[in-house]
Each structure stands twice: as structure tokens, then as C-alpha cells.
Design a binder for this molecule. Structure first.
Ligand code: COA
Length: 156
């Protein structure tokens, strides 16, 4: 499987956006997609035939010289449930890391919802927890920030 940069209408795989955001509301998800398009977030996808079965977004601060103020952000990672557990999210993250390195980024960061399995997934993908807000979503749970240094060669 390969990751390719997606060019087209992100709504083609809106089901994956529902998964990554945890939102059922289609209008809300469409607005979030529109925001990422406006920002210039790039999406890498994995396809099975014509169907997109995995996606990841990478936002690079477009303002040269102040990049360190706003490191690269990974957003909207999701793999279709029938394709999970096969290393697809690792492939997608590798794609994002490669692009961020090519843009001279030192760190990538992301946030996720309540500490649950996604925090473990990101730790497996080389991230460390760098912040937790226990009540970010009130009774719906916490927000966890994670980051990964990407300008070092692997130690093994
Ligand atoms: C999170 C998600 C993208 C993982 O995708 P995946 O393709 O199944 O993940 P991979 O097979 O590439 O696994 C990557 C690593 O995470 C680990 N991992 C995967 N699922 C896990 C789980 N449920 N619990 C703990 N670790 C898990 C794997 O063991 C692997 O680590 P390893 O190589 O050290 O063994 C997928 O479960 C998903 O789409 N979930 C719904 C959307 C979502 O919550 N996205 C995140 C929003 S912040």
C-alpha cells in the first residue's frame, strides 16, 4: 500500500472525517473540512481500488521565518475500521513526517480526545504527551497534546 497526496473534494471520504472528529453532525464536519481546505492542509490517503480507506492531514505554517512558533500539525488521522491493525496509520504518519522534514520542521504535534487508545497509538508512532487538559470537553473528557521530534535519525 502507498500513501498518495489527495487532490480533489475531501468530502469523497467524509465518513473518515466523522471517525477522526468523533462528530455525527454532517454539516459540522463539512465546515471543518472547509476550514482545513482554506488553511491549505494537505491530505495523504491510502486507497483500496478507488476507495479511500485511510487519511491523514498535515498543516505547515506557510509563513517563512516564524515556523518555530507554529510547528507542523498532524490532523484528521483515520483508517476505515475494516483496515485497522495493518500498519496503515504508521504508513500515513511516515508520509506526514517525510513531508514535514522536507519543509525543515523540527517537531510535529497533534491533539486527541480523551486519553484512550488513540494516545497509545500515537505513543507507538513515536509521540510523547506534552500536555493534558482534563476538562477540555467538560464531562465529555480531556484533550491531550502530543509531539514528536522529527529531525533526529532513528536510534535503531
Ligand atoms: C487510530 C487509528 C487511525 C489507528 O489506525 P491503524 O491503521 O489501525 O493503526 P496501525 O495498525 O498503523 O497501528 C499503529 C500502532 O498503533 C498501535 N495500535 C493500533 N490500534 C491500537 C489500539 N486500539 N490500542 C492500542 N494500540 C493500538 C499498533 O499496535 C501500532 O503499534 P506497533 O507498531 O508498535 O504495534 C484507527 O484506529 C482509527 O481510524 N480510529 C478512529 C479514528 C480516530 O480515532 N482517529 C484519531 C483521531 S485523534
Amino acid at each position: 500500500m502507498v500513501v498518495e497526496q489527495f487532490e480533489g473534494d475531501l468530502a469523497e471520504f467524509i465518513d473518515l472525517f466523522h471517525e477522526s472528529t468523533g462528530l455525527d453532525d454532517r454539516e459540522a464536519v463539512e465546515k471543518l473540512i472547509a476550514i482545513e481546505v482554506t488553511k491549505g492542509t494537505n491530505y495523504g490517503v491510502i486507497r483500496d481500488g478507488d476507495t479511500v480507506v485511510g487519511m491523514i492531514g498535515l498543516y505547515l505554517d506557510p509563513v517563512p521565518g516564524v515556523r518555530d512558533l507554529d510547528p507542523a500539525q498532524v490532523i484528521d488521522l483515520a483508517v476505515h475500521e475494516d483496515y485497522r491493525g495493518r500498519g496503515f496509520s504508521r504508513l500515513l504518519m511516515d508520509w506526514a513526517v517525510k513531508r514535514a522534514r522536507a519543509a525543515d520542521q523540527t517537531w510535529i504535534w497533534l491533539y486527541t480526545g480523551s486519553p484512550g487508545y488513540t494516545v497509545d497509538v500515537y505513543k507507538s508512532l513515536g509521540f510523547e504527551v506534552c500536555g493534558i487538559n482534563e476538562n477540555y470537553w467538560g464531562s465529555d473528557g480531556s484533550r491531550v497534546w502530543l509531539r514528536r521530534q522529527i529531525n533526529e535519525l532513528p536510534t535503531s
